[in-house]
Design a protein around this ligand. Structure first.
Ligand SMILES: *[C@@H]1O[C@H](CO)[C@@H](O)[C@H](O)[C@H]1NC(C)=O
Ligand SMILES: *[C@@H]1O[C@H](CO)[C@@H](O)[C@H](O)[C@H]1NC(C)=O
Ligand SMILES: *[C@@H]1O[C@H](CO)[C@@H](O)[C@H](O)[C@H]1NC(C)=O
Ligand SMILES: *[C@@H]1O[C@H](CO)[C@@H](O)[C@H](O)[C@H]1NC(C)=O
Ligand SMILES: *[C@@H]1O[C@H](CO)[C@@H](O)[C@H](O)[C@H]1NC(C)=O
Ligand SMILES: *[C@@H]1O[C@H](CO)[C@@H](O)[C@H](O)[C@H]1NC(C)=O
Ligand SMILES: *[C@@H]1O[C@H](CO)[C@@H](O)[C@H](O)[C@H]1NC(C)=O
Ligand SMILES: *[C@@H]1O[C@H](CO)[C@@H](O)[C@H](O)[C@H]1NC(C)=O
Ligand SMILES: *[C@@H]1O[C@H](CO)[C@@H](O)[C@H](O)[C@H]1NC(C)=O
Ligand SMILES: [Cu+2]
Length: 200
């Protein structure tokens, strides 16, 4: 009887979701984007942002004031110039401490106003979705968005064609997703792919 209880307890414990590391690519294909940009995370999960191109940041805002630093926030990567073709990448980790939504934006130039935002655990319906957040971010740039302002400094030059698809992308990056994404960068991408393969 007692050992049955123990076994049952062990089963329950084993079914508790364990923390994982989720991979996010910043600046894929020299676009102003986080891939993926809608994250579902458990408490304890670590978000590993890998900067591959451009000069972006991972910064935190509130929902209602997108593109502005949350005064009491603890998330800021600093600006991370990167060029994966030249072998220059860096990464930044964010630990998820609770189930509340986390609102992320890029503080570089007008990237946030161009939709370079990400949400963690945003509701999927109602008025605080990822899409509502991105729409609000876009709206803060309503008067400044123009073709010329899109080439603001630090965006990574050639290839930053503005073709960035910033619509919501899948909510959980599998290791395979990130591998295929990163491998689009060729040889150095392959090295990075190998690194992902080792750690995942
Ligand atoms: C990057 O390029 C690959 C290959 O062309 C494409 O499949 C992918 O959707 C692109 N991603 C972004 C964020 O532009
Ligand atoms: C984050 O990604 C980088 C590759 O850009 C890798 O070297 C590093 O080990 C990863 N860190 C974690 C905690 O997954
Ligand atoms: C930080 O500020 C936000 C918005 O002003 C507030 O909702 C939140 O509770 C604050 N968090 C902490 C840890 O003080
Ligand atoms: C979680 O807490 C750690 C340690 O205080 C902090 O560095 C990190 O930024 C927090 N994560 C979020 C999403 O606020
Ligand atoms: C990235 O590095 C490659 C190889 O060194 C170089 O040809 C390319 O111009 C660089 N890209 C940018 C945007 O600086
Ligand atoms: C969202 O809707 C609720 C009512 O359902 C309202 O109280 C709240 O102010 C709205 N928030 C925003 C950011 O529009
Ligand atoms: C925000 O702007 C970007 C870039 O123009 C666009 O791709 C995205 O669909 C917009 N998002 C919303 C919710 O309007
Ligand atoms: C955009 O310009 C209009 C007219 O000048 C002004 O009323 C509005 O407040 C501006 N919006 C932003 C977000 O700056
Ligand atoms: C990256 O962007 C920051 C903020 O705009 C800027 O201060 C820094 O000089 C940039 N770095 C490079 C290498 O362009
Ligand atoms: Cu950016």
């Amino acid at each position: 009887m007692f050992s049955c209880l123990l076994a049952a307890t062990a089963l329950v414990a084993a079914s508790v979701v364990s923390a994982e590391t989720q991979q996010i690519v910043v600046g894929m294909n020299m676009t102003r984007s986080y891939t993926p940009n809608t994250i579902t995370a458990n408490v304890g999960d670590v978000l590993n942002f890998t900067f591959v191109a451009g000069n972006h940041s991972v910064s935190q805002s509130s929902f209602s004031n997108p593109c502005k630093d949350l005064s009491n926030g603890t998330v800021f990567s600093g600006y991370m110039p990167a060029n994966i073709t030249a072998g220059k990448t860096s990464s930044y980790q964010v630990t998820i401490n609770d189930t509340n939504p986390v609102w992320i934006y890029c503080a570089q130039g007008n990237h946030c106003q161009l939709g370079m935002v990400l949400s963690v655990n945003a509701p999927t319906s109602g008025n605080m979705t990822f899409s509502a957040f991105q729409g609000a971010a876009n709206a803060t740039g309503a008067n400044t968005t123009s073709t010329s302002s899109m080439s603001a400094s630090g965006t990574g030059g050639a290839g930053a064609s503005g073709a960035s698809a910033s619509a919501a992308t899948s909510s959980k990056a599998s290791a395979a997703d990130v591998r295929s994404v990163v491998s689009a960068f060729g040889f150095i991408g392959t090295v990075l792919t190998a690194a992902f393969a080792v750690m995942l």
